[in-house]
Every structure is written in C-alpha cells, then in structure tokens.
Design a protein around this ligand. Sequence first.
Ligand SMILES: C[S@@+](CC[C@H](N)C(=O)[O-])C[C@H]1O[C@@H](n2cnc3c(N)ncnc32)[C@H](O)[C@@H]1O
Length: 420
Amino acid sequence: MKFIDLFAGLGGFHTGFANSGYECVFACEIEPHLRKLYKENYGIEPHGDITKVDEAEIPAHDVMCAGFPCQPFSLAGKKKGAECPSSGKLIDHVIRIAKHHTPKFVVLENVPNVITIAEGSFWEYLTSSFSKIGYTIHHKVISPVDIGIPQNRKRVFIVAIRNDLDEGAFIWPETVECPQTSLLDILDERAEHKKLEVAKVELLKHWQSLLEQLSLERLVSTSIVAPEFGATYPLDFSELSLHEMTQYKGAYGADLSECQSWDEVMAKMPSYTKKSRAVSNWLIRSVNFSRELYQSKQEVCDEWAKAIDKNNNSWQILEWRGMHTNMNIYEHIVQFRASGIRILKPNVAPSLISMTPTQIPIIPSQNRYLSAHEAAKLQNLHELPNLPTTIVGAFKALGNAVNAKVIELIASNLKVWKTA
Ligand SMILES: C[S@@+](CC[C@H](N)C(=O)[O-])C[C@H]1O[C@@H](n2cnc3c(N)ncnc32)[C@H](O)[C@@H]1O
C-alpha cells in the first residue's frame, strides 16, 4: 500500500499512513528547513514547489495525500478562495497529479470554512474538478477531541474515492466512545520548555489574589474588565457633548471634570472605547458585570487596581473561559491574547495555530509555556526524532500540521486491498 505526501510539512499524513502500514513513495514541500527535517525524520527527501513537479516522475501509488495550505481559506485569512492568485490555485496541481496517476483515494485536509468560502465557489470547484476526473468526494469535520485527544481543532477531512471502487471502500472512523484525556495528563516537565517571564508570573498572582478576595461562587464565560472599576461613563458616549461627558468617571474612576478637550477625556478612558467612543457589543456584558463586581467590593477593587500594570491594555482584562466553580487560575491553562488574559479549562488545549510566541499556552501551575514536545503530543507527532529547533519554528510547523492519529484512523479505514 503506497501513498504520496503533497505539502508534506512536518508529516502528519506520513506518520498517520506509516502507522497504518503504508509506504511513502514521494513527498513535496516548499520550505527547505521542513524538507531537511522530513528527510531526517522519515528518510525521504521531499521535492520542492509542487507547481514545478512533473507528474510523470511521481511513482505509482494507491493514495494521494495533500494538506494543501489553508491560509487562503481560514477565517483569519483573506477569504479569497479559488481567486487567490498563489496558494488558492495549488489545488489545481493536486488535481493535475491525481488525473495523471488516478490513485484509488485522495485524502485532503483543510479548515472547515473551505466549504463555505467565497459563497461556496471554491468547494464547488473542488468537487466538480474531482468529479470530472472520476472521483466522488466525501467529507467530514473531525477534531482531535472527538477521538480522545485534548485539543480542539476542527478540520474538514476530504476523501475522494475513485468511482470504479466497491461500495464500502471507505467508512469514516468512529469518533465517539473514546476515553477523554486532559491536557494536564500529557504534560512532561522534563521536556525542554520556556519559563514564564517574571512580569507575567507576578501578573497572574495579582489576578489570582483578586479572584480570592472577590470570593465569587460562579464565573461563566465572562471577562473581568479592570478599567471598569470605578467607571461611570455611559457605554455609548459618541453623541455626548464634552460638557456632558465631564460629569462622569473614566477608567478606574478617573475624574473627567477638569478635562478641557476630548483629547484629555479620551486619555482617561479605557482603551477599548477609544475607536468609536463606545464599548463594543461583545464586551458590554463583561463591562456591566465588572461594574457590579466593583459595587459589591469597592475597597478590594480599588486597592487591587493600584498595582495593576496600566500600560498594558490586554493585561487589564481577564477572559474567563475556565471552569465555572473553580476560580483557581493555577488549575487552568492560560493564554495571553491581544484581547486579554484568557483562562481556559485544563481538559482541552486551544487549537494549535501558527501562534506568535506570546500566544503559546501557559501552564500557570508550573510557571512555564507548553513545550514543543507537549504540543507535538497534541498532534500525535511526539515520536518524531526531530522537531524544528526554535520554539517559534516548532509551534509554527505543529500549528500547520494535521493530527496524525486522525489520519491514522482514516488511513486504516481505506479498503485499498479490497479494490481492483
Ligand atoms: C497546511 S501545511 C500542511 C502540513 C502537513 N499536512 C503536516 O502535517 O505538517 C501546508 C504546507 O504546504 C507547504 N507549501 C506551500 N506552498 C507549497 C508549494 N507551492 N509546494 C509545496 N509545498 C508548499 C507549506 O510550506 C506547508 O508546510
């Protein structure tokens, strides 16, 4: 059973198919450092740019795998779909190679909105292109949590089945009844990891002290927005005159009565009101909640607010996505985001994306970042002998990779041997 690995990256497809007993006969990957790693890890030297690959040079194979780049289709990306001038067109090369070799199966992976992007036109293009060369497309959204791996990472898996194959040549793997593990179960302190910066250690301690002093019984998907402690300004002040505005209090109860201009007022307002002189709809519930907290524990909040770093906007907001009745930050996962400090339930890691170094999940109980080895475990790539050497490089490549266990389950359900 032979397969090829297009857009090979770190080799999530390779690991999954190899674990299912397949042999890789060709790979391609444009990034030289990933090609080098692939060679070290799997003993195969990938070819480079797919657009330059001559299909006739690729050996015969049963399955073609292609984790085509997701940037043009991801929610964070440009939403251009098939019109995208470079990467969006890479699917044409997958189709070109499939047309030449007619493998029994083509397995693709991408972000789920590849289906709806550009009003579904890319998806329509993909399905009709495969139909024209004799394949029927099946697809399913699967996340590693569905098979018991503590990472939320919804991806669409696409299996194109050659039309002459038996019915039942492929069935989707079972995604239920898997034992659920926690992210905390996969931690390995011995692996090389980055220590949390002292300022962040102190910051988390400071927030924890507030939570303890507030003695909240429940906290459900809301944020504590510290600049609202003592604030009284209307949540939409875009229509107010300067005179009207000076009657209110700004961030942390700042007195606006002496302000002579809007510039002076805005300098005393929370950063999130600066763009439209209003609190955005998505923050209103948390702003109201924070003002109520302040009303109930004014002295605690005032004393606490004295020591919070007011220069760093995102450090002044605690986004609680954690357990509902356990307010101990140290029993959670933390992620520093542009919008605030996000506290996450410990059972599932946030989706590994090509994170900036500061977004790498933090294990607060150990004052450290998740290590590359642990992130590799979340992608079931931890048995690879080599990962990129820098933490940024490792998280980037792991964030681009496909979960190898999901691929292994799909691979073992392709009934290659039953077919002609
Ligand atoms: C979404 S990632 C796929 C990762 C892979 N499935 C894995 O498990 O690591 C897409 C990969 O395609 C590579 N790539 C982008 N353009 C390419 C091209 N023109 N030819 C070959 N590879 C390309 C990128 O460098 C990236 O590693």
